[in-house]
Design a protein. Structure first.
Length: 128
């Protein structure tokens, strides 16, 4: 192998490494900043969740957002462990600019609250 070939191979390896490093890593799909089109939305307002009672079909998603400027955190009862439907929990506070969508694949009557203001409560009924 002559020097020219060695240089070309070296440059190609560096280019490939650079490309690999520059690839965007996948972001957590849970948290979005925009409400998906056609989404079923529950809004946290000054008065609490709206609507506070909602019935959906199994497999449908609900997108939570807030009208306020504080962090919020919709999550399954019971507070503080969220053990009744543990997946129904973003596991961290949401920025007021963030929305969070959750797909309900279990039939039932799922009570929830704002983990940061647990006096705000709601219930989502999931039917077959
Ligand atoms: Cu909680």
């Amino acid at each position: 192998m002559n020097t020219k070939v060695a240089i070309v191979v070296g440059v190609l390896i560096l280019a490939a490494a650079g490309w690999y490093v520059s690839q965007e890593k996948p972001v957590t799909p849970q948290v979005q900043v925009k409400v998906p089109e056609g989404a079923i939305v529950v809004e946290l307002t000054k008065e609490g969740f709206s609507p506070s009672e909602l019935t959906i079909a199994k497999g449908e998603s609900v997108t939570f957002r807030t009208t306020g400027t504080d962090l919020y955190w919709p999550a399954s009862n019971l507070h503080p462990s969220h053990g009744i439907y543990p997946e129904f929990d973003p596991l961290k506070p949401l920025q007021p600019t963030e929305v969070w969508s959750f797909t309900f694949d279990q039939v039932g009557e799922w009570k929830y609250h704002d983990h940061l203001a647990p006096y705000f409560t709601g219930v989502i009924t999931v039917t077959e």
